[in-house]
Ligand binder design. Structure first.
Ligand code: SF4
Length: 161
């Protein structure tokens, strides 16, 4: 299990997640609104770290970016979970399942493996996308740091298929 970043302890082993504007106060044994961050004995864990649930090589034009590396391909990934509740979400099985059913599925992949594969398939960038990538912040941060060394750019593109 991977300890989350950006949280603080509260009284009685509760914690407050400081990752997004919900600032969830989470009692021991419970999860935050996104369904992928859980308080276990007074420590907040990112249950979705490295659990890749969607992975594709997309044309960068699929992303909501203007003139960003046009004509290239971007290695697009996501974990399950989301801190939003959009009724029209086209990726709802990916985004809403952890909060609604508790399930967090995905293939275990390390940041280095993600970067190695992005380089192998000649992606010019890695996109954190499909749900709201804030909820897999730790994975994004670790991967983006490695990708930068490999001259692979980063794009942060919430809720885009
Ligand atoms: S990331 Fe999740 S647990 Fe943290 S404040 Fe946002 S919704 Fe709550």
């Amino acid at each position: 299990m991977f300890e989350a970043r950006l949280w603080k302890s509260l009284k009685n082993e509760s914690v407050q997640c400081r990752l997004c504007n919900h600032f969830c106060a989470i009692k021991p044994g419970e999860r935050g609104r996104c369904g992928v961050r859980q308080n276990i004995d007074g420590t907040l864990y990112a249950l979705n770290y490295g659990k890749i649930a969607a992975l594709n090589l997309d044309p960068v034009e699929k992303k909501p970016l203007y003139h960003f590396q046009p004509g290239t391909r971007t290695y697009s990934l996501a974990t399950m979970g989301c801190n939003l509740r959009c009724a029209f979400c086209q990726n709802w099985t990916l985004s809403q399942t952890p909060a609604e059913e508790g399930r967090i599925e995905g293939r275990d992949v390390t940041p280095q493996e993600l970067v190695d594969e992005a380089v192998r398939v000649k992606a010019a960038s890695i996109s954190y996308t499909y749900s709201e990538p804030t909820i897999f912040f730790e994975l994004m941060q670790d991967t983006a740091r490695l990708a930068k060394r490999g001259d692979c750019r980063t794009s942060w593109c919430p809720t885009v298929s």
